[in-house]
Design a protein around this ligand. Structure first.
Ligand SMILES: NC(=O)c1ccc[n+]([C@@H]2O[C@H](COP(=O)([O-])OP(=O)(O)OC[C@H]3O[C@@H](n4cnc5c(N)ncnc54)[C@H](OP(=O)(O)O)[C@@H]3O)[C@@H](O)[C@H]2O)c1
Length: 269
């Protein structure tokens, strides 16, 4: 399968108002020459990014404010985008977490996470896959999961579950596709320094966080090369390869200890 080439093509990026999504959007325009359709709730952030990108490049940028946890909004906007734009690729990046004891996770916050991380991504992936199957054109979908899909993280239990769902769903679906020019990439970052990890509860984990620019750069290369799964960061890849030397429950236990220490320190502050 030929590599993806984003130059002058429309690429959809969800969760583009901050962190990894904003950085991937910027790099897609600056380094890959893509035109962008950017989605998130904070419209003013999207507008600032649009101004920045249009000032730096010749890329066209469209922004749409949307709450991806509300299915009616997702269905309506995606239908509009697919009927008005000749879409080439999509980066389904938006996601939220909850750091703390799962038993203290309020029901509303849990539902919000399931809607954002699972329901909207599954729906959008299905619609996008159907769109590219119908068009029989070149296309790519990148789903931002997490290393938590492989090594579940205690104190982010529900989050790890949502990311595991995405990995299994996308890996299975990609084998069903008939359009040989369409690929699905599941991106599995470890910790990244973004708004998601900015809170004090992550203090003990800061040393493990990768700079967002590096994660975005590696992710886009993997997407371009149509990797089925990709973990950014040499050490992350190495640890995932060497993990078979250790028992998985040992790794999960150690991760849990680090998170607990971080949360305990935070609650003492
Ligand atoms: N940070 C990490 O350590 C890490 C590690 C592995 C994987 N990831 C994954 O990477 C992705 C990006 O996270 P990040 O670290 O860049 O976090 P971030 O800076 O908090 O960005 C999250 C993005 O998702 C958007 N979003 C959240 N809920 C939304 C909703 N209901 N509707 C529309 N947009 C919504 C946010 O925009 P608005 O708030 O403006 O809506 C924001 O643009 C996530 O899927 C995350 O799970 C992160």
């Amino acid at each position: 399968m030929k590599n993806l080439n984003f130059k002058d093509k429309w690429v959809l990026v969800t969760g583009a108002s901050s962190g990894l999504g904003a950085e991937m959007a910027r790099q897609l325009a600056v380094q890959h020459g893509a035109n962008l359709i950017l989605l998130a709730r904070r419209k003013e952030r999207l507008e600032s990014l649009k101004t920045l990108i249009e000032g730096e490049t010749n890329s066209k940028v469209k922004v749409f404010a949307i709450d991806l946890s509300i299915p009616e909004q997702v269905e309506k906007l995606l239908q509009t985008i697919l009927s008005e734009y000749d879409l080439y690729a999509a980066v389904l990046n938006a996601g939220i977490t909850y750091l703390g004891k799962h038993l203290a996770l309020p029901k509303e916050q849990f539902n919000q996470m399931i809607q954002t991380n699972i329901v909207s991504v599954t729906y959008m992936t299905s619609q996008l896959a159907a769109y590219f199957e119908r068009k029989q054109s070149i296309g790519g979908i990148m789903i931002v999961s997490s290393m938590a899909a492989i090594f579940p993280t205690p104190f982010q239990a529900a989050y790890a579950g949502t990311k595991g769902f995405l990995l299994n769903f996308a890996s299975a679906l990609s084998q069903e596709l008939e359009n040989r020019a369409l690929s699905i990439t599941v991106f599995l970052p470890g910790g990244i320094a973004t708004e998601m990890t900015a809170g004090d509860g992550f203090n003990e984990l800061r040393g493990y966080l990768m700079p967002v620019q590096q994660v975005a750069k590696e992710g886009l290369v993997a997407f371009k090369k149509r990797k089925s799964t990709y973990i950014p960061g040499f050490l992350n890849r190495l640890s995932s390869k060497l993990a078979f030397l250790l028992r998985k429950d040992f790794i999960i236990k150690q991760t849990g200890r680090t998170y607990k220490k971080s949360l305990d320190r935070h609650s003492e502050l």
